[in-house]
Write a protein that binds this ligand. Structure first.
Ligand code: UDX
Length: 433
């Protein structure tokens, strides 16, 4: 099938390459010239395992083309995916829908045939209804059907999550073509038995925001328990392991530590609260404010722990921070707990050197005043405290004796509870978590 993907960021570039892999003919639209040129040359402008091979393969095969032209897009196909960003509004909790809105404003007037628009971006409930009304005003003697088909991909596993999703959800108005088109597009996954759920548009929008709110709640739940464990002298890892065996609870997303960050969970729970407020249901989601609070407290707690490990003051001490990405297998530093802690520790007088296997360029752009090393050992050179802030395998498997040779003081803060504690202690380290 011929299709257009509008917006080629983490979500859109992955979706476009994966649709080409499924045998579709895809045209991607990206208005940022640097991103577009890089993708057109077969190069992924961010780190996502497996994506570079897929992208270059399909740019070469011609199954995937890239443009900045909405006119070309309108000409190319009758099926369009919206994959643009929906960031948090500046100074407000709500989602900024300007990029989604401008897709409709630009695309729809240029359509000359009946078309289907499938939204993948995370949007507040009610967006499909609103966009459908606007599209009807903009369309010139043609039918434009809008449905929502949320994406659940995790960075680091984006290709697998797109090609082999847990479930497919299509939120469509009755009587339209969207369900049939989606069944065609995802035929191979449906044949393999992937659950395919058809709902009304508002429910599909809510599936995505509810899933992310649940995941965020699970992480903050275990971090709240970690606070109680701290006070009681108990071990939150043991608690998580034991409760995780209950299949109703499950062990996944119960890793306590620095908490969640990234381009999705923090802004999605805030946008969800804002939307519930607009709908007069603010009270229903008031617990998400606490989820956010618990999560942000993890960062301040880590700064306090660092100060404590340094004997009460951060002035003039050297801190090595291992990790800058919001999670391993990603170069994404949006709302990264690791960089947030590194920045706060520096602001309070410490000299901070950061190392991350993939996120160095993005970190330098966001936090130009931090020092950066080119290796983990380099970041730990003469450190009074080493903080592990992202659980990359490279850090988990560090030799504590080797790191011990370069630091000034053997004090490690395991911000992600990922290090082999006994091995570090046996190598003479003070271990904090
Ligand atoms: C998330 C959702 O998982 C995905 O389904 C959705 O489509 C987009 O948002 P992603 O942002 O890639 O995906 O990250 P995720 O793997 O969910 O991790 C989010 C954050 O939670 C990271 O900062 C991670 O370090 C943290 N986390 C995760 C924990 O602190 N503890 C855990 O147990 C799990």
């Amino acid at each position: 099938m011929r299709m257009v993907v509008l917006g080629l960021g983490y979500l859109g570039a992955t979706h476009a390459a994966c649709m080409a892999e499924l045998g579709h003919e895809v045209l991607g639209v990206e208005i940022d010239p640097a991103k577009r040129d890089s993708l057109a040359a077969g190069e992924v402008p961010f780190y996502e395992p497996g994506l570079p091979d897929l992208l270059s393969k399909h740019i070469r095969s011609g199954n995937l083309q890239v443009t900045d032209s909405y006119a070309d897009a309108a000409d190319f196909a009758d099926v369009f995916f919206i994959a643009v960003g929906t960031p948090q509004k500046k100074g407000e909790y709500g989602a900024d829908l300007q990029y989604v809105d401008s897709v409709i404003e630009e695309l729809v007037p240029q359509l000359t045939r009946n078309s289907i628009i499938l939204g993948k971006s995370t949007v507040p409930v009610g967006t499909t209804n609103r966009l459908t009304e606007r599209a009807a005003e903009l369309a010139k003697d043609i039918g434009v059907e809008i449905a929502w088909n949320p994406e659940f991909l995790r960075e680091g596993y984006a290709v697998r999550d797109t090609l082999e999703p847990d479930r497919l959800v299509v939120g469509a108005f009755p009587g339209g073509q969207a369900e049939a088109i989606a069944r065609d597009i995802y035929a191979s996954a449906i044949e393999r038995g992937t659950p395919f759920l058809v709902t009304d548009p508002s429910s599909a929008e809510l599936v995505k925001t509810s899933a992310n709110a649940f995941l965020a709640t699970k992480i903050s739940f275990i971090n709240a328990i970690a606070e109680v464990c701290d006070a009681a002298g108990a071990d939150v890892r043991a608690v998580a392991d034991a409760i995780g065996f209950d299949t109703r609870i499950g062990r996944k997303f119960l890793n306590a530590g620095l908490g969640f960050g990234g381009g999705c969970l923090p802004k999605d729970i805030r946008a969800f609260m804002a939307r519930a407020g607009e709908l007069g249901a603010a009270e229903a989601l008031s617990f998400l404010r606490e989820v956010d609070n618990v999560n942000m407290r993890r960062r301040t707690r880590m700064v306090e722990l660092t100060r404590k490990a340094c004997g009460g003051s951060l002035l003039g001490v050297r801190i090595g921070v291992l990790g800058a990405a919001f999670k391993p297998e990603s170069d994404d530093v949006r709302d990264s707990p690791a960089l947030n802690v590194a920045g706060q520790v520096q602001l309070q007088g410490a000299s901070v050197t950061v190392y991350d296997p993939k996120a160095m360029a993005n970190s330098r752009l966001l936090y130009p005043t931090l020092d950066y090393a080119t290796t983990a050992i380099g970041a730990c050179e003469s450190a009074d405290v080493v903080i592990v802030a992202t659980e990359w395998n490279e850090f988990v498997s560090l030799d504590p004796f080797r790191v011990g040779d370069v630091v000034r003081q053997k004090r490690v803060i395991d911000g992600r509870m990922c290090l082999p504690e006994a091995a570090w202690k046996a190598a003479g380290w003070e271990y904090w978590t």
